[in-house]
Design a protein around this ligand. Structure first.
Ligand code: KIV
Length: 305
């Protein structure tokens, strides 16, 4: 059994829930928007207490939580389960569910059904989908059905193989123009915001005056209206190679290994549990129990009495 985490002082009960108009105002006022991913109740609590503006239940869950080497294997059921756990941990940030691979490509109807699942079963405020091209029509359909949509251009991990791997996009004129057109069409389709992933800073800077909805960058430089990082990346919970755009603000993986190692050492040396972690009982009751047992009372099972 574990204790249920309690809200803390830093929950800032005075903070208003973040809404789409609030994000538009932040863009208009040049106030940077902070977005982070989360996949479960504890990571949602951290995002809430840290005071971020947007929480994305990203399909990066496939990689950082489920251990796959791509985002494509995660499905709607898993995403909805994770999003509803995150919902329970949040009060103020805007919650967005990431439409996983295969959940929106087939038809507008299928895309709307899955977006509705996110809203109905997990209580998200909006969904995100990847790419321009055919996704533009899906974004328009979902937005017209009443569910706000965030677009995502540049490096779109669901189509990483078609893009030649997890590589920066927009490095050639052709590719930069493609990003410009994709972003422009997604904006025209009704997206309330767009993620730019792994786009050279100078290309983003050139595009920013043409995009009128908030742009959230990940590896896209400083000129965007906000930034997003994957929870596990920014806290140092991932191992091995990190993308160039990841800045690690903590080394939690090492701290967790140290913690579990200390626990294992304490168990093996019988230093845990100690006096602080056991329940007290009246000594007379224990003495009576011992004498009861010493009389061989267990020979007759209580249910035979
Ligand atoms: O799935 C995800 O985590 C994302 C962010 C990196 C934007 O799409």
């Amino acid at each position: 059994m574990s204790t249920h985490p309690q809200p803390t002082q830093s929950d800032r009960p005075d903070r208003e829930p973040v809404t789409l108009p609030r994000l538009a105002d932040m863009k208009a006022n040049g106030q940077p928007i902070v977005m982070v991913t989360a996949y479960d109740f504890p990571s949602a609590r951290v995002a809430e207490e840290a005071g971020v503006d947007i929480v994305l239940v990203g399909d990066t869950a496939a990689m950082v939580v489920l251990g796959y080497d791509a985002t494509t294997p995660v499905g709607m059921d898993e995403m909805v389960t994770m999003a509803s756990a995150v919902r329970r941990g949040l009060r103020t940030p805007l919650l967005i569910g990431d439409m996983p691979f295969g959940s929106y490509e087939r038809s507008n109807e299928h895309a709307i059904e899955n977006a509705q699942r996110f809203v109905r079963e997990a209580g998200v405020a909006a969904v995100k989908l990847e790419r321009g091209g055919p996704s533009v029509e899906r974004a328009r359909a979902i937005a017209s059905s009443g569910i706000p949509v965030m677009g995502h251009v540049g490096l779109t991990p669901q189509s990483a193989s078609a893009l030649g791997g997890f590589k920066a996009q927009g490095k050639t004129l052709e590719s930069a123009k493609q990003i410009a057109h994709d972003a422009h069409e997604l904006q025209a389709a009704g997206c309330f915001a767009i993620v730019f992933e792994a786009v050279p800073a100078a290309v983003t800077e050139a595009l920013m005056p043409h995009i009128h909805v908030p742009v959230i960058g990940i590896g896209a430089g400083l000129s965007t209206d906000g930034q997003v990082l994957v929870f596990h990346d920014l806290l140092g919970m991932t191992m091995g190679h990190s993308p160039k755009f990841v800045k690690r603000y903590a080394e939690i993986h090492e701290r967790m290994v140290d913690g579990v190692r200390c626990y294992a050492d304490d168990v093996r040396s019988r230093h845990f549990p100690d006096a602080d972690h056991v329940y007290a009982v009246d000594q007379d009751a224990v003495a009576e129990l011992r004498s009861y047992l010493d009389q061989g009372s267990l020979a007759t099972a209580p249910w035979d009495w």
